[in-house]
Ligand binder design. Structure first.
Ligand SMILES: O=P(O)(O)OC[C@H]1O[C@H](OP(=O)(O)OP(=O)(O)O)[C@H](O)[C@@H]1O
Ligand SMILES: NC(=O)CC[C@H](N)C(=O)O
Length: 627
């Protein structure tokens, strides 16, 4: 089975004062390194497959190393890379350890510019050599490049073809590597442009180097490199001469935030991470805007530059539903609202029987939506109490009041997650196993045969969590009915901007729609969608249409949900099961600034997305579907 993975996290730091300043003020010149650790650890949710960091030391002398990198694999990678870096310092006597002059001259990773990355591979390959940052070395300091990114391009093949067409010969076919070579090539050209200028001006020797490093214009490099990128991205880089950049896609699909004061400039994928690591309020943190780059020069001058024209903003809503930490002030509110909006549909599913219903959630991400859902039910129940009192027709006596006011929303911790890791990332079979054993239940949390059980989750993608584990273990508690609530709408289409899923057959919603078409003798719809998809292969991607929508068109959301229940309920389950989904409208109302919803709606923000979907659907039909 194709593995389903997602996201990455980035963190950048530029110290704006000499190391000595931090030693004096904070008692350590390792201030930047320590902050990087915090920024990375707090974004652990974004990448548990590998982690890496790079550091540039400004003003080194020829013959001395100035660009450092460390990488490691696995969920313990952050600790491992920082331990390896610290191993360089652990045997130093205290006076040397606190000598910022010495550190700057001699010690590795004692620099002013830092970049960190947390990885889940998407289209990139697996293995240590594919953990970011990637490094491109050169004997000219300004041509050295360390690159990392939270990204997925839909047209890596085109970029590869383009760079080979101009005569380059990349050693590896992996997305980040191809990006490295492409940006690296443009950086080479920028340096060469300045070299020619310097020579024309009569400069010689190190004067040429200084001229290049003082005049390098990374906006040129990014403009010429990113022109053809079709995808969701925040790509970050450092050059050997200490230039720093981060560039965001024109649709604002992937996220990045930055902050600057007179000591430090910082960029990270998530806002609250900067808030906590630097103790600054949300209002002081800026969003990197769509199509924009943050550029920090060798001298530490920071500016933003509009590299590509901003397109209609389609920021990824999954970022709000699941990926990001729920501690962001806006994300917290949005997740709560997602939960609250589901109240009317849940009431229908439990026949308005609040008194015999226990409410809970599937840990961990869904917890915030659960609080919103509870709040919604509290409001609902209060309204009912008011109506009940009013309906008495007289002032209630104590007994009546007590009876009415004693009614409560019954929330319990029913499902427990035994390990902290996100199962979403684990590959194919190991994920099935993980999902089967990672959850447990609290026995005695409801009255068997009498109570309904409502559990909210943030998303149902393949349905593995429900099928392999949740429905079966919840059924052991003996509920009359299990209502699974999804705070996000039905996931119907693959994502090509960070959650990489190449095969349609992964989605439980897609499987359900195909089953329904078969059952109802509507196979001609599948054949026709296939034919139309096949016919448009070879058209420019801008002209392609999403014909997979035709697979879902004949059915209501409820019909697809009902079929999913059939597919996901293990044999022998005693309780009646129902799935309640967030309507697309509800998502838009809860997250109005994050209208990127292609995985639910099929409306891809870039032409490359439709092209990839077309290919995935054709592959599904040709490799899996039996007419
Ligand atoms: O339908 P599926 O394909 O099984 O995927 C959806 C599940 O995966 C995620 O859980 P995960 O364990 O990754 O993370 P969490 O603890 O943050 O909720 C998500 O919260 C859902 O529970
Ligand atoms: N999740 C990501 O952003 C991954 C980045 C890149 N596509 C890789 O696979 O390495």
């Amino acid at each position: 089975m194709e593995q389903l993975k997602h996201e990455c996290g980035v963190a950048m730091i530029r110290l704006l004062k000499p190391l000595e300043y931090y030693e004096k003020k904070y008692g350590t010149w390792m201030y930047g390194l320590n902050k990087l650790y915090l920024l990375m650890e707090k974004q652990h949710n974004r990448g548990q497959e590998g982690a890496g960091l790079a550091c540039v030391k400004l003003e080194s002398s020829p013959g001395e190393e100035y660009m450092f990198r460390e990488r490691a694999m696995g969920s313990g990678a952050i600790t491992e890379i920082f331990e390896t870096v610290q191993a360089n310092f652990k045997d130093l006597p205290p006076e040397q350890l606190h000598d910022s002059e010495y550190a700057k001259r001699v010690l590795p990773f004692a620099g002013e510019v830092y970049m960190g990355h947390l990885r889940y591979s998407t289209t990139g390959k697996s293995g240590i050599s594919y953990v970011h940052p990637f490094l491109r070395r050169n004997n000219w300091r300004a041509k050295n490049l360390a690159l990392c990114g939270n990204f997925n391009m839909t047209n890596v093949d085109e970029i590869f073809a383009r760079i080979t067409a101009i005569g380059q010969h990349p050693r590896k076919y992996a997305d980040t590597y191809i990006m490295l070579e492409q940006v690296g090539h443009r950086l080479d050209r920028e340096v060469e442009r300045l070299f020619n200028q310097a020579e024309a001006d009569g400069l010689t020797g190190m004067e040429v180097t200084h001229y290049i490093e003082e005049h390098i214009e990374l906006a040129n490099v990014l403009r010429t490199s990113s022109r053809e990128w079709d995808g969701g991205y925040v790509i970050c880089g450092l050059t050997g001469s200490g230039e720093t950049f981060a560039i965001r896609d024109p649709w604002g699909i992937r996220s990045a935030f930055w902050y600057q004061d007179d000591e430090i400039a910082v960029l990270a994928s998530e806002r609250p991470v900067i808030q906590t690591a630097l103790n600054v309020p949300a209002e002081e943190i800026k969003e990197l805007l769509p199509g924009q780059a943050l550029l920090i020069s060798k001298e530490g001058k920071l500016r933003t530059s509009q590299i590509n024209k901003a397109q209609e903003k389609r920021a990824c809503s999954f970022e709000r539903i699941y990926f990001s930490r729920g501690s962001d002030v806006d994300i917290y509110k949005e997740r709560k609202l997602l939960g609250e909006k589901l109240v009317p549909n849940i009431l229908k599913a439990i026949n308005d029987d609040i008194d015999h219903t226990v409410f809970s959630f599937i840990p961990n991400t869904a917890e915030v939506a659960f609080y919103g859902m509870l709040q919604g039910f509290d409001d609902y129940l209060n309204e009912e109490k008011v109506q009940q009192i009013a309906g008495l027709g007289h002032s209630p006596n104590m007994e009546e009041l007590e009876t009415i006011l004693s009614r409560r929303i019954r929330s319990e911790k029913v499902a427990i997650k035994d390990i902290k890791l996100r199962t979403f990332i684990a590959e194919g079979n190991s994920r099935n196993d993980l999902a089967a054993h990672v959850y447990d239940v609290t026995y005695g949390s409801l009255v068997p045969g009498v109570d309904n059980l409502v559990v909210i989750d943030d998303s149902i993608v393949r349905g593995t969590t429900l099928r392999q584990s949740i429905i079966g273990i919840l059924d052991r508690l003996g509920p009359k009915k299990i209502v699974i609530v999804s705070s996000s709408p039905q996931v119907r289409y693959p994502d090509y901007y960070g959650i990489d899923m190449a095969r349609m057959s992964e989605f439980i919603a897609f499987k359900a729609a195909i089953e329904l078409l078969k059952e109802r003798e509507m196979r001609d719809i599948i054949a026709s969608a296939y034919r139309k998809s096949k016919d448009q292969v070879g058209l420019p991607k801008e002209q392609m249409v999403n014909y997979v929508k035709e697979i879902y068109a004949p059915f209501t959301d409820e019909e697809i949900s009902a079929k999913m229940v059939e597919l996901l309920t293990p044999q022998g389950t005693k309780a009646k099961v129902e799935i309640v989904y967030q309507p697309l409208q509800g998502l838009h109302e809860a997250c109005p600034k994050h209208m990127g919803d292609w995985y639910f709606s099929g409306d891809y923000p870039t032409p490359g997305g439709v092209k990839m979907l077309n290919k995935a659907f054709i592959n599904y039909i040709e490799q899996m579907y039996q007419f």
